[in-house]
Ligand binder design. Structure first.
Ligand code: C2E
Ligand code: MG
Ligand code: MG
Length: 552
């Protein structure tokens, strides 16, 4: 236990520790008193032992505790206590009185210090459980209420998630401040609607949560909240209508954990598809297995709107020169409800929906902005981004690509688009013309996860590509699996015959690196060089490389 934790235990004692501390304080007072007696009187500094119980009492029982113990300790060394017991030499009254005052003062000061500390900690704790914008409890705060409510195991209660589906538009029209102003107003109105009958909190930017412990009141609370959704709100004096949707889950039938109940209420919201429906109850029968997927899609939509996704950058390095070839941009997502979610899980899901387009628009904008930032710092380095085949059918994405290259003045060969072999092989004819256009713009093209597509590799002749990236499944086996080694060697020589560059993915060991160098592979990417890094770390990494002379 650290010093801080021990201090916290003394200042915020449990009943058991309190009893123990009272005992300890009394014991220390007596030990001090006996020590003074045994050592011949008050002339010696043994008196100072008494400061320990005094300070302890101040810390645990605040100012009154410190003062009482200070006075007690003062009287233990009573005015009649002799200075030298052997000579029965009585101490001067003024000396005793001064000591008593000092004891009391130190006790009071320890108490005051502890009270300040307590107030500070309480304030910190309050901040931790409060949403700063609305002053309502956040998820942590709601969790505390939930613990109290769920204490009574017999009692059922309801979790309502209120979602405001159009906050994105409000933010775009009025800026974040406008959006915040609206959320604040809605928070206040909902508080009045809930009217002490339930606990209202804020979940995320555009979501509120209500915990309703009295089932009889659910209907009337929901009605009042719905009515608040129909009133007019004002942002910058402009009147606005606010759309609200309600998702509901029940404790304990749907779940016994607040996070899961909230998640299930959110799933219920995400099943509302028509404008006339406002309220949806969680139904485990209709949702079942695809529940997580549905929630991922729902949360991802919110993450895109709130721009809470992050791009990380993983370097690629030329084998012959050891210089940096460029970076691959890889998306990272941490969702407050679901935790960190791997792109392997959510990218295939959004590829099945139209969300893949806004998602890739965001990836493109973010990566191009990063290219621009590095270029401004005098660092010329290429970035590759992953495109889904569906993206190639999005005319506006290709237009955006052209506009960004032009406006940011980025030489197009600094940008590379990776498309996976599996997806490309199944739709060569459809995408050939688009890929040609991309190449004509000067942007590079590479085939990702090379070797994993089952179909023929005829597309290699038909599509205007620059490079192939050998999938990590093969690369990681080259040292111990002769079949993998020959697949990789063949891929390298095939690519070279077609004048394509070869990048090996997932290189983790020196051995793999050396073998690939020997086989004439052009570049590698993998944990051996570096894992993907957030923007700042990638910039530092580049600067280190620049200093070492191995950037380009
Ligand atoms: P990918 O494009 O083949 O990306 C390479 C993956 O291999 C990345 O996983 C990377 O972190 C991982 N990796 C790199 N070096 C090593 C290594 O030495 N050992 C091992 N074990 N793994 C390594 P990540 O970031 O989880 O991405 C997985 C896949 O998700 C990507 O595979 C890509 O298909 C997709 N993805 C990621 N970001 C995006 C994106 O922005 N857009 C699209 N459409 N797909 C993306
Ligand atoms: Mg890739
Ligand atoms: Mg790959």
């Amino acid at each position: 236990m650290s010093f801080f934790e021990i201090t916290k235990k003394i200042i915020f004692p449990s009943t058991n520790i309190k009893l123990f501390l009272v005992f300890l304080i009394v014991l220390l007072l007596l030990v001090g008193d006996v020590t003074v007696e045994l050592t011949g009187g008050t002339a010696y500094a043994y008196l100072h032992i008494l400061y320990i119980p005094i300070i302890l009492a101040g810390l645990t029982f605040s100012v009154p505790g410190g003062i009482i113990t200070g006075i007690l300790a003062g009287f233990l060394m009573s005015p009649y206590a002799p200075t030298f017991i052997a000579y029965e030499l009585v101490q001067p009254f003024a000396s005793w009185f001064l000591r008593l005052s000092m004891f009391t003062l130190v006790g009071a000061m320890a108490g005051a210090g502890a009270s300040l500390f307590k107030a500070y900690i309480s304030e910190l704790e309050l901040k931790q459980i409060t949403d700063p914008l609305t002053g309502l409890p956040n998820m942590l705060g709601l969790a505390q209420f939930f613990t109290q409510l769920s204490h009574n195991k017999e009692k059922a209660f309801i979790v309502v998630v209120i979602e405001l589906p159009h906050m994105q538009e409000v933010n775009e029209a009025f800026g974040e401040e406008g959006g915040d102003a609206l959320i604040k107003q809605i928070g206040e109105k909902l508080k009045i609607a809930v009217n002490g009958d339930a606990i209202l909190g804020r979940l995320q930017t555009n979501r509120f949560v209500i915990l309703i412990s009295d089932e009889k009141k659910v209907e009337s609370i929901l009605q009042r909240c719905e009515a608040e959704g129909e009133t007019t709100y004002h942002v910058n004096t402009i009147p606005l209508f606010v759309d609200m949707r309600f998702g509901i889950s029940r404790y304990p039938t749907d779940d016994k954990d607040l996070n899961n109940l909230t998640r299930k209420a959110l799933i219920a919201v995400s099943t509302i598809h028509n404008r006339t429906q406002r309220i949806s109850y969680y139904d485990k029968n209709t949702l079942g297995v695809s529940e997580r997927n549905l929630l991922i899609l729902h949360q991802l939509k919110a993450a895109l709107e709130q721009k809470s996704l992050v791009l990380e950058y993983q370097p690629k390095e030329y084998l012959q020169t050891g210089k940096v070839m460029g970076f691959e941009a890889l998306v990272r997502w941490f969702d407050p409800l679901l935790g960190a979610i791997n792109p392997m899980e959510f990218v295939p899901l959004i590829e099945e929906t139209l969300l893949i387009n806004p998602f890739t628009h965001w990836v493109l904008e973010t990566a191009m902005d990063q290219l621009y930032q590095w270029q401004k710092q005098g660092i010329l380095v290429a970035i590759s981004i992953n495109f889904s085949v569906k993206n190639l059918k999005d005319q506006s994405l290709l237009e955006k690509l052209g506009v960004l290259l032009e406006s940011l003045k980025i030489p197009p060969h600094f940008l590379e688009i990776e498309v996976t072999e599996t997806s490309i092989a199944s739709s060569v004819s459809e995408i050939a013309s688009v890929l040609k256009k991309v190449r004509e713009m000067g942007v590079r093209l590479s085939i990702d996860d090379f070797g994993t597509g089952q179909a023929s590799q005829q597309y290699l002749f038909e599509l205007p590509i620059n490079a192939i990236k050998i999938d990590k499944v093969f690369v990681q086996s080259i040292a111990h699996n002769p079949a993998a080694a020959s697949i990789v060697k063949n891929a390298i020589s095939l690519a070279h015959e077609l004048k394509l560059e070869v990048i090996a993915e997932g290189v983790e060991t020196r051995n793999q690196y050396d073998l690939l160098t020997r086989w004439g592979c052009d570049a590698v990417q993998g944990y051996l060089i570096s894992k993907s890094m957030p923007e700042e770390a990638a910039t530092n990494w580049l600067n280190e490389r620049l200093k070492a002379g191995s950037l380009r």
